[in-house]
Design a protein around this ligand. Sequence first.
Ligand SMILES: NC(=O)c1ccc[n+]([C@@H]2O[C@H](COP(=O)([O-])OP(=O)(O)OC[C@H]3O[C@@H](n4cnc5c(N)ncnc54)[C@H](O)[C@@H]3O)[C@@H](O)[C@H]2O)c1
Length: 250
Amino acid sequence: MGKLTDKVAIITGAGGGMGKADALLFAKEGAKVVITDIQLDKVEEVVDEIKEAGGEALGFHHDVSSEEEWKKIVAEAIQAYGKIDILVNNAGISNAVPMLEQTVEIWDKVMSINLTGVFLGQKHVIPHMIENGGGAIVNISSIAGLTGGSGSGAYTASKGAVRLLTKATAVDFAQHHIRCNSIHPGYIETPMTADLMANDQMREWFLSQVPLPRLGKTEDIAKGVLFLASDESSYITGVELPIDGGYYAK
Ligand SMILES: NC(=O)c1ccc[n+]([C@@H]2O[C@H](COP(=O)([O-])OP(=O)(O)OC[C@H]3O[C@@H](n4cnc5c(N)ncnc54)[C@H](O)[C@@H]3O)[C@@H](O)[C@H]2O)c1
């Protein structure tokens, strides 16, 4: 029996990177996975991969910053599987623009995806979790949500807000047996960081920041997401889990 047998999970931004690794691991552990992303072709590839391995998955185009689209995704999940046990708010965009050069338009875009997207997911999924007697929410923040990095104020502010939204949610919905925790990835090799890490000098700099002598893999994050989503963490809520090779310990 898998760690998520009979559970239904929505994972956002799961067309690639960490969200895809989460989806593959969740399906392997027996979950029925609802995979969403703005890149529908990538979503369909992940769904096919899961089905070929004997798992259960559905995929949808979904912009997490749209409340209408959240309503649609939640309705599709309920119609297909009758409940939602797990929500992984993973979709996010990076943004490295010095503050004095930042525009309100880009600031708002970062917030609408990285922060409002998490709020909307919680708002529309939690009522179903309450009805179902409980659930687990895992919000993907960042080490940038724990410390003030340089040159990415909007991203840092959005991820810091996700950290505390997670704790507020944990406190507000604990009585309904809903747990809510955040994960704070360090430097992880994904499509988001591919260009930076392809640059030898940048790669060396990233490595120099991390105590463990390697950069992170998507599977490193997926294992933590699985733990916080599964019943193995049934008495853990409101915590922040850095998965960062020791970066935040310094
Ligand atoms: N890669 C890292 O080093 C790192 C470090 C810390 C935190 N994170 C966070 O981890 C999460 C996953 O990042 P990743 O590195 O796998 O990135 P990624 O770019 O590889 O994957 C993110 C996915 O989100 C999707 N997406 C973008 N905008 C969306 C929207 N409006 N609605 C729905 N989906 C959307 C993209 O299409 C993409 O498939 C993000 O929240 C990111 O901020 C990443």
